[in-house]
Design a protein around this ligand. Structure first.
Ligand code: AHM
Ligand code: MG
Length: 339
């Protein structure tokens, strides 16, 4: 049996930076701090059924949705873990309307951090996997000044690193610093993330589709045709596909990373921009997926090339196995031509 390399997340990050002589090591510190926050959040998520933390805070978040206590816990924990390292100049969270400044008493650095502290939180009560998603950029404003909204509103192609943490049957930290996408599993007994998949490669084509079919009535004509196509029988193209939808983006995308497949949160007649947020969910996932050989688009354009206009902007997303994503794009373009 092949022996796995015994490699911790921190060592992997440091070794990755060593291959780039221009690197200052700061990104390693940032990722290390993020992994610490992930461990603390993971502990709390695992305790959620035991302590009185379930239920609503009663507040609404910036999108008008009810916020659960654990979302706010994760949001606060990330800020506490990240605001004093001296590497960040500004942050933004899906749970806060405005950008988050680094307190004046701390040094500001050259990086920008955007995060969704606990995605899929409507699943907490049912013990379904949820996750943290993050995205890191270099600042574009002058050094040693407070970071601004302009630093946060950068195109996805400018990301220097991105990742997610799945809190599931085990806790898994997946990251890319632009050279492959790697996954690490938390060993709860000694609290280290250990390498479980180096250089994840999403199969070019798979037979799983993932979408909320309850919205069928409101979909684009091309999308309706595409889903029907996936359900037809055809041995040559290995159809019908299987449908798998957890309703927790991190878990759905993580499954795609391992088995391949296509994840979709499209625009529809009720939600012209879809549901998921460009800066906190789609850009980091697109960066991870492309680094694993997959594809992510809004149906017409690469997610990473969308010019951000607003911090909390939503975009449609089709992401996963390259050939599957290309196929849905084709169906939608064809239907548009026919209109
Ligand atoms: P959230 O940020 O409020 O948790 O919402 C995001 C989640 C994603 O994890 C998931 O893909 C999607 O919402 C599911 O939405 P729906 O219930 O409309 O299918
Ligand atoms: Mg979210």
């Amino acid at each position: 049996m092949e022996q796995h390399k015994f490699m911790t997340l921190s060592r992997h990050i440091i070794e990755g930076e060593k291959m780039h002589p221009e690197a200052t090591g700061e990104l390693s510190y940032l990722l290390r701090d993020l992994s610490l926050a992930a461990k603390v959040i993971s502990l709390e998520v695992n305790k959620a059924g035991l302590v009185d933390i379930l239920g609503f805070t009663g507040d609404n978040n910036v999108h008008g949705e009810q916020v659960k206590k654990l979302d706010m816990y994760a949001h606060d924990m990330l800020i506490r873990a990240m605001d004093h390292g001296g590497h960040l100049c500004v942050m933004a969270s899906e749970e806060e309307v405005e950008i988050i400044h680094i307190p004046k008493k701390h040094k500001v650095g050259k990086y920008v951090l955007l995060f969704d502290p606990l995605d899929g939180s409507s699943n907490i009560d049912a013990n379904v996997s949820i996750g943290t998603i993050f995205s890191i950029y270099q600042r574009i404003t002058p050094e040693n000044t407070p970071g601004t909204l302009e630093d946060c509103l950068q195109q996805g192609t400018k990301q220097v690193a991105a990742g997610y943490v799945v809190y599931g049957s085990s806790t898994i930290f997946v990251y890319t610093a632009g050279h492959g996408t790697h996954a690490f599993t938390l060993d709860p007994s000694f609290g280290e993330f250990l390498l479980s998949y180096e250089n994840l490669q999403i199969p070019k084509k798979a037979k799983i589709y993932s979408i909320n079919e309850g919205n069928y009535l409101y979909w684009h004509k091309g999308l309706k045709k595409y889903i029907k196509y996936l359900q037809e029988e055809d041995k040559e193209t290995d159809r019908p596909y299987s449908s798998r939808y957890i309703g927790s983006m991190v878990a759905d995308i993580h499954r795609n990373m391992l088995y391949g497949g296509i994840f979709m949160y499209p625009a529809d007649s009720r939600h012209p921009n879809g549901k998921l947020r460009l800066m906190y969910e789609c850009n980091p996932m697109a960066f991870l997926i492309e680094n694993a050989g997959g594809r992510a688009s809004n149906g017409k354009q690469r997610i990473l090339e969308i010019k951000p206009e607003k911090l909390h902007q939503r975009v449609p997303i089709f992401a996963g196995s390259e050939e599957d994503v290309k196929m849905v794009e084709k169906f939608m373009a064809k239907a548009e031509k026919e209109e």
